[in-house]
Design a protein around this ligand. Structure first.
Ligand code: 1GP
Length: 248
């Protein structure tokens, strides 16, 4: 559990900033360029994946990214066709807010033998999909009804269930391109009740909001969309600095 232990150590000191790279629309050169800019701008780690792939370039881009950066590279699988040895670890997501058995356990069963074959570190992740004001790809592709954004009590119960089931991290996601990120109130309600590290993503558009979510109790802030269209190294650095300013 090398990467998981590293995440725990990071979370003890300060909030961390991860970038999500969706490799689908990138060629090898673009994927490497984005990954390097992230590393040089202070990003703590990369998630690679997406909820939908049209181009068959996941593994090629992942391998290129892994070979060109030193920060941890984690697979963030939408569906578990995306198991590959070219990563430091894989977030083994179960969409615990879903009642779709394929997303709760079916995909993971398909992935497990390959994870073993590659001796890949799998980090059991209680993935919670939160209503976000619009219908995002992950809502649609996972066939899951998101958890209502104002129902903190239901969110706490799900996060606790994830913890008691032995999962290693909570991932609170409003979905890529979310209109509204997960609320500060929901993050702090979960933080007060659950000991696991919290990863938070979806709809984070400014460094200020990223820092606010970290202050509310999220340990790892993830952004994806801000990397698309004209990646701005200065903005990435502002995100990293804002998130890193939140100490524990
Ligand atoms: C990762 O879904 C997020 O969990 C990424 O969201 O693309 O909206 O930043 P954005």
């Amino acid at each position: 559990m090398k990467i998981y232990n590293m995440l725990l150590e990071l979370a003890k000191k300060r909030a961390s900033y991860f970038c999500l790279i969706d490799p689908d629309n990138l060629n090898k050169k673009q994927a490497v360029n984005i990954a390097k800019i992230c590393e040089e701008s202070g990003v703590d780690g990369l998630l690679v994946g997406g909820s939908f792939m049209i181009n068959n370039n996941f593994e090629t881009n992942l391998k290129q990214i892994k070979e060109n950066v030193n920060i941890p590279v984690l697979i963030f699988p939408g569906i578990f066709n995306f198991v590959s040895p070219y990563a430091d670890a894989l977030l083994l997501l179960s969409v615990i807010t879903s009642r779709n058995p394929q997303m709760l356990i079916g995909e993971q069963v398909r992935a497990a033998p390959l994870i073993k074959h590659y001796n890949l570190e799998a980090i059991g992740t209680a993935y919670m999909l939160i209503e976000s004001g619009n219908n995002t790809s992950v809502h649609y592709m996972s066939g899951s009804l998101p958890l209502p954004r104002s129902k903190n009590d239901i969110a706490i119960a799900h996060a606790l269930a994830g913890q008691y089931l032995g999962m290693k991290v909570i991932y609170l996601d409003a979905g890529s391109g979310a209109k509204y990120p997960v609320s500060d109130e929901m993050i702090s309600a979960i933080r007060k009740n659950v000991d696991l590290p919290i990863i938070l993503g979806g709809g984070i558009k400014t460094p200020e909001v990223a820092a606010q979510k970290a202050r509310s109790g999220a340990d790892f802030i993830v952004t994806g969309n801000i990397l698309e269209n004209n990646i701005d190294p200065k903005l990435i650095k502002e995100f990293a600095d804002a998130v890193h300013s939140v100490k524990r």
